[in-house]
Design a protein around this ligand. Sequence first.
Ligand code: ME8
Length: 497
Amino acid sequence: MKKFYLTTPIYYVNAMPHVGHAYTTTVADVLARYHRLKGETVFFLTGTDENSQNNLKAAEKHGYKDLNLYLDDMAAKWRQTFGDLDITFDRFIRTTEADHKKGVEKFWRRVAATGDIYAGEYEGWYCDGCEGFKTEADLVEGKCPLHKTAPRRLKEKNYFFKLTKYRQALLDHIDAHPEFIMPEGRRNEVRSYVASFMEDVSISRQTVTVGIPVPDDPSSVIYVWFDALINYLTGIGYGTDDAKFAEFWPADLHLVGKDIIKFHCALWPAMLMSAGLPLPTQVFAHGFLLTGGDKMSKSLGNVVDPAELAKKYGNDPLRYFMLREVPFGSDGDFSVERIEERYGGDLANEFGNLLHRVLAMTEKYFDGKVPAAVDGQVPEWAAYEKGMATLDFAMVLDAVWTILREANKLIDTEKPWELAKTDRARLAGLLYSLLERLRQVGWMLLPILPTSAKKLFVQLGLPDEDKRPYDQAKVWGGLKEGGILKKGEPLFPRLTP
Ligand code: ME8
């Protein structure tokens, strides 16, 4: 059976999740559900990046005396938020967990044995927000452009990773595997960084107190990024469960935001090459959700709480908005007004009302029973699947909404209320065809709007529909004559102000 291993970044817990974090995680969830539907063995990993000095600062700020208590509380809140958002992760990893630490140690020793770690002295500009050194060229008016704070000068003994040893191998890999870094614009950015700017990287800290100790040198801790990236291995058993690791590695997809592309497309593959492990198939870097033109970010203080939004609009509309509003890969504005417009237009009007009308007409003209089957087909599956495979969610949703819009148009042109008087056979065929299209739309929407799709199946009288094999479900004619429909509440009721 085919496997699909996908990951999100592991998030810092110095603040609560905002819509930006929910964005990456929701997209990952859509893909995880889609690949499960197709019958693949999916492993979906998300979690929290806890060995960070920023977390310690946050713990102190919130009056915690014990960092571990703070981490436990915050990890529980993140996990809860993702649970509330219907995220179906297979593991929520925390980098303070024992199996992760064990795997990191093993990985460090492996890279050291290759001869890729050396001791040296480092002096440079360090941005605490990024947890990384910055070159002069990275700074804008002396400040980190992301955190808008001045970096501090840092000088200490560090262990270095021979990143530059892998320059050519990385370039060769990027050139031979165009799908490795997506979208294409990001690939060019990484390529030019690797070719012209990449230097060896310091992978330990002496002045930092939080982190996994360097094996055989407890005076230093492992650099948080070196430790964090390894979560993609330890999350599936590296160092503790060889069989599981062999089953799932290499990752099929690392989903990340564009802010952390260099870590994932230069440092990470070089680390894997050094450790003699195969590289992930793809890193896809999406753009930023913006508020007021700036990246939504905890350090800028312009964040929106996804749990609040989900409570107000429901999870499905929030998921829909994230996939529909911003072309995946580009930046885009987040706004509550647009969520409401999408809710009222695409969801309530074009989808929810259609279902309601078709069910109401079948109730009125055929006692709420599925009329005899007629031929038909839904050619949009090809575009839908291509969109899912290439993470082109506009293509996916266009495919679904083409079906919905055509169905709405068909009602306008065929005028079933007139057919009821003139041509009952044609009316029966029309209604069957509309109901069957809605069943297929339900399948397309299962990964995207899981709650609404299941409600739709119930209303079509098929409460166990989602248990069917995907390949069978796509075949026209799944609805059987005489099936009893169950018109229920509208899928997207009018929003209360
Ligand atoms: O970087 N729009 O964690 P982090 C879209 N711990 N996505 C956004 C976003 C926005 N405005 N803001 C955040 C770290 N994100 C490291 C990662 S991985 C081995 C270690 C998402 O808490 C996006 O996925 O700063 C981004 O890459 C990630 O959150 C950064 O989360």
